[in-house]
Unconditional design. Structure first.
Length: 145
């Protein structure tokens, strides 16, 4: 465990829920859910962090995540230029979810599809409907390799 945060197994439920010790509760895979939100309150994305991603986020002020699909750490915006600057970090009552308030830089797209938010579709009449949110960049061009 990092020196930036404590081991939750050393704390009582009262210390976890009402205390001042930051002790994120990572799951069995070593991950914690992180909800990224901009200053307006809009949810931009939901991802996972491992201890290293959380430590780097706190130390650098730039948000890092852990990609389950790629099995590796990633700095948000490293390829696309859509870096997330950390404004504030909050945790829920039992410290098993993080709320990451960010300034979305670059063109303003948090989603790898080029949109501001990953939540650009809504369920209507049993099907997903696009909200019409424009792409701020072309992912085929940005991620071409």
């Amino acid at each position: 465990m990092s020196t930036i945060f404590a081991d939750p197994s050393t704390l009582t439920p009262e210390q976890l829920e009402d205390g001042t010790i930051f002790a994120p509760r990572f799951d069995a895979q070593g991950l914690i859910t992180a909800v990224a939100q901009d200053e307006s309150g809009r949810v931009l994305m939901v991802a996972q962090m491992n201890a290293e991603a959380l430590r780097l986020t706190i130390e650098t002020g730039e948000v890092h995540y852990y990609s389950r699909s790629r099995g590796k750490l990633w700095k948000k915006g490293e390829t696309s230029g859509e870096v997330q600057k950390l404004i504030k970090l909050a945790t829920d009552c039992d410290q098993d979810v993080l709320l990451v308030f960010v300034e979305q830089t670059g063109r303003g797209a948090a989603c790898h599809t080029g949109r501001k938010s990953c939540f650009y579709r809504v369920l209507k009449d049993g099907a997903l409907r696009d909200t019409g949110e424009p792409r701020l960049f072309d992912p085929k061009t940005v991620y071409a390799q």
